[in-house]
Design a protein around this ligand. Structure first.
Ligand SMILES: [Zn+2]
Ligand SMILES: [Zn+2]
Length: 166
């Protein structure tokens, strides 16, 4: 098992407070990764420079559709890879269904459907008249950070989880 310092900070933070067995699993997983993975990952990003679910170009991550720990032989199989982003939470929500302890067996189809919808999304304020009307209405939502709903922190940027390596 590698030293804790060998594990990236965000992953360490994620496993802190977790059972020792989980920490062991994470460490073993990091240790078992192919030395070719960084190269395959970089090449895959060159050929797939946008998020498959939203079309975004920021915070791109390469996701294994079938997780490496379930199918180690497919770690470098490009047919098992898909680019999802962290900035719009696509990796967490589309790739892992909201938990990096899970994965989405239908990630390719779901990402494709979402991307098509986003590309064809309707405009809410389609006309100048609607824009004028909107400007004359009071705001429907409180400003960001003003929500008093328990458990919702609108001031926190990013996604509720870490997963750059998953
Ligand atoms: Zn995305
Ligand atoms: Zn992933």
């Amino acid at each position: 098992m590698p030293k804790l310092s060998a594990i990236p900070d965000h992953l360490t933070a994620w496993v802190l407070g977790s059972p020792a067995s989980l920490l062991g699993q994470v460490a073993a997983w990091c240790q078992g990764r192919s030395s070719q993975w960084p190269c395959v990952r970089a090449l895959f990003l060159q050929f797939n420079p946008t998020c498959a679910a939203c079309g975004g170009k920021k915070g791109l991550q390469v996701h294994h559709m079938v997780p490496v720990h379930l199918s180690p032989s497919r770690e470098l199989d490009t047919k098992n890879l898909i680019v999802l982003c962290e900035d719009n939470c696509c990796h967490l929500m589309v790739g892992h269904l909201g938990s990096f302890l899970s994965f989405n067996p239908d990630v390719e189809q779901d990402a494709g459907r979402q991307l098509t919808k986003i590309k064809n999304r309707p405009r809410i304020h389609a006309t100048a008249a609607a824009d004028t009307l909107r400007l004359n209405l009071p705001p429907l939502l409180p400003p960001i950070g003003a929500s008093d709903e328990p458990g919702v922190d609108l001031t926190r940027p990013g996604c509720p989880g870490e997963g750059a390596l998953w």
